[in-house]
Ligand binder design. Structure first.
Ligand code: GLP
Length: 244
């Protein structure tokens, strides 16, 4: 779906999420959200915060799982995705703290596999992700599933692509400060979500958007796997859709 402006598109995506939360709440059910970081979802989070403040949208029945976190990364660091989520969403809504799950960038290297298994189990214990929000990296990554990621990969540690680290470098004041690794939900984890919405804005994303939608399904561009997901929408602005 192509919109003229990313703000108009973000509002509609936020409304879809809000409607799902309310609908689940009316049924007495938990709403499991898969959440993303990066600049793309910020407006969606702004709109959700606004709906909480102005329309009383409650997040008490929401459980959230974030896609990824840098490794190593202290959750207190301003560079952490923990910090990002608190700043843009969690500090401003009534989601219970114990319902928030974000991969832990402080665990010992040798404990990562067991930790990642636990993250998968946790998602399953809530019945899986109802709605997964995604951005896309210029390498074609979703979460931090860099080129080469298998379609049924699960939560694991991954080495970040050079381009991904370059794109993150301005926020870290230089590429040398960008962590080399991350913990990310796998493509398979994302794929098991009942509904997926991927956001992409701006000319910088036009090339990878074209490959994702029109290209062959290839592990070199993990986002292409989404072509086979039965309930995925890519929400674009005109710049991001300019090469289609
Ligand atoms: C990071 C995140 C991704 C995100 C991507 C794009 O790599 N791990 O989840 O989709 O950045 O970021 P942006 O939305 O700022 O373009």
């Amino acid at each position: 779906v192509v919109f003229e402006s990313s703000s108009e598109a973000s509002l509609l995506v936020a409304r879809e999420i809000a409607d799902l939360i309310v609908d689940k709440n009316n049924r007495g059910e938990t709403c499991v959200l898969g959440l993303a970081t990066g600049s793309s979802p910020i407006r969606v989070y702004d709109e959700l915060v606004k709906m909480h403040r102005e329309n009383g949208l409650s997040f008490k029945n929401v459980v959230s799982f974030n896609l990824d976190e840098y490794f190593p990364m202290n959750p207190e660091s301003i560079h952490s995705y923990h910090h990002f989520m608190n700043e843009h969403l969690f500090n401003h809504i009534d989601i219970p703290k114990e319902n928030i799950f974000i991969p832990d960038g402080t665990i010992a290297q040798q404990d990562i596999p067991a930790y990642c298994q636990g993250y998968e189990q946790k998602i399953k214990s809530f019945g899986g992700i109802d709605f997964q929000l995604l951005g896309i990296g210029r390498t074609g990554h979703i979460g931090f599933n860099e080129p080469g990621s298998h379609y049924n990969s699960i939560t694991r540690s991954i080495t970040l692509d050079q381009l991904t680290r370059e794109d993150a470098s301005s926020g870290f004041h230089g590429i040398e400060n960008v962590p080399k690794k991350a913990i990310t939900m796998g493509v398979g984890t994302v794929f098991s979500a009942k509904r997926i919405v991927l956001l992409a804005w701006g000319h910088k994303k036009a090339e990878v958007v074209k490959q994702t939608i029109e290209g062959e399904i290839l592990p070199q561009i993990p986002a292409t796997y989404l072509q086979e997901h039965l309930n995925t929408t890519m929400v674009l602005n005109t710049e991001a859709a300019s090469m289609l």
